[in-house]
Write a protein that binds this ligand. Structure first.
Ligand code: NAD
Ligand code: TYD
Length: 354
């Protein structure tokens, strides 16, 4: 494949949005390496499954033989590394898989990438990029008035998920400094949009609100996150991939801090508008439940570096993005039915049983 990009974890929420956006906006060829865990869903990519510029390979980033053969065969000009275990609550219940994929898997991928990259011509080595898709959670928790995270904020991860992402970010940094691998890292705030697995706050609340199920808000609902529409995250990654300075880190965010209760109330009002309230506001379904252990109070992102140096800013406001998202979940019943069976049901039953 000419002009190929290897995407890991491309059947997940952000990866599949990224693949669809790239195939529609430029001439890249995409090879998608995904293990298809509970979070991977090939339905997201049905519309491009037969495209010549797209290829799916089922496999684990930790399978070094497979990764080696894939790199030799596809000769990518870049790797965009999304593959991860990504849910904080699951990392609290079972951290092992997070270490296996996010730390050991990323290490295996980096080792094979280093070996592949070392064998390239000087010209191709200079053009190659490894982009690590990371999160704001590696920076830890902010107080109510603290300045937002910048690229120089020290890492202070608090959950097993955040710690495993921090470890892989450090490995990426080390592979640049030690071996000269041309890496880029993006740290992004909370994403929302189509294809997000409904274990995460926004899709969980949309689906529960539709079915008039309780809306479980952790603690006092005052924890603050910065929210970014997923397509904006994807365009930020593409911008960094094409124009980012090798070895650098870029914070990506929506300039959009909101507490969880405000998010849930907004969703209730939108679902009431779209489905009809029937005399009782869905806000009545809000139920305060036991807090997440070690729950970070506030995340906020200073995304001025990517704007100043690369000219990227989000295109959507929270109001436009959440409107599109709620409508998408209401209009895509088959997708929802597909993911809300099996493993998903078990997770909901165990996690919210108390
Ligand atoms: P997701 O859980 O929806 O998708 C993860 C994908 O990785 C799935 O398709 C899964 O099958 C695949 N995968 C898991 N283990 C694998 C392995 N060992 N080998 C190959 N594939 C494997 O996650 P997401 O929300 O799309 O997040 C993607 C990336 O972006 C992650 O690295 C995450 O840390 C980061 N990120 C997410 C957010 C967010 O709000 N969701 C914000 C910032 C950064
Ligand atoms: P989540 O979507 O899991 O993302 P993250 O933990 O990566 O920020 O959660 C977003 C916020 O919503 C977080 O503060 C936890 C909270 N939350 C609830 O209050 N109830 C829920 O059922 C879930 C899943 C999350």
């Amino acid at each position: 494949m000419d002009n190929a990009i290897l995407v890991t974890g491309g059947a997940g929420f952000i990866g599949s949005n990224f693949i669809l956006q790239r195939l529609s906006r430029d001439s890249s060829c995409i090879v998608n390496l995904d293990k298809l865990t509970y979070a991977g869903n090939l339905r997201n990519l049905e519309s491009v499954a037969r495209e010549k510029r797209y290829q799916f390979v089922r496999g684990d980033i930790g399978d070094r033989g497979l990764v080696r053969r894939l790199l030799e065969r596809c000769a990518p000009r870049a790797i965009v590394h999304f593959a991860a275990e990504s849910h904080v609550d699951r990392s609290i219940r079972g951290p092992e898989e997070f270490i296996r994929t996010n730390v050991d898997g990323s290490f295996a991928l980096l080792e094979e990438t280093r070996s592949y990259w070392s064998g390239l011509s000087e010209h191709d080595q200079a053009g190659f990029r490894f982009l690590q898709v990371s999160t704001d959670e590696v920076y830890g928790s902010l107080g109510a008035d603290g300045p937002p995270f910048s690229e120089t904020t020290p890492y202070a991860p608090n959950s097993p998920y955040a710690a495993s992402k921090a470890a892989s970010d450090h490995l990426v940094r080390a592979y640049h400094h030690t071996y000269g691998l041309p890496t880029l890292t993006t740290n992004c705030s909370n994403n929302y949009g189509r294809f997000q697995f409904p274990e995460k706050l926004i899709p969980l609340m949309i689906l529960n609100a539709c079915q008039r199920q309780p809306l479980p808000v952790y603690g006092d609902g005052r924890n603050v996150r910065d929210w970014l529409y997923v397509e904006d995250h994807c365009s930020a990654i593409a911008t960094v991939l094409e124009r980012g300075c090798v070895g650098e880190t870029y914070n990506v965010g929506g300039w959009n801090e909101k507490c969880n209760l405000e998010i849930v109330e907004t969703i209730c009002d939108l679902v009431d508008q779209l489905m009809g309230a029937g005399g009782t506001s869905r806000r009545d379904l809000i139920t305060f439940v036991k807090d997440r252990p070690g729950h970070d109070r506030r995340y906020a992102m200073d995304a001025s570096k990517i704007e100043r140096e690369l000219g990227w800013r989000p295109a959507e406001t929270f109001e436009t993005g959440i409107g599109k998202t709620v409508r998408w979940y209401l209009e895509n019943e088959t997708w929802v039915r597909d993911v809300t069976s099996g493993a998903y049901r078990e997770w909901i039953a165990t996690h919210y049983s108390s």
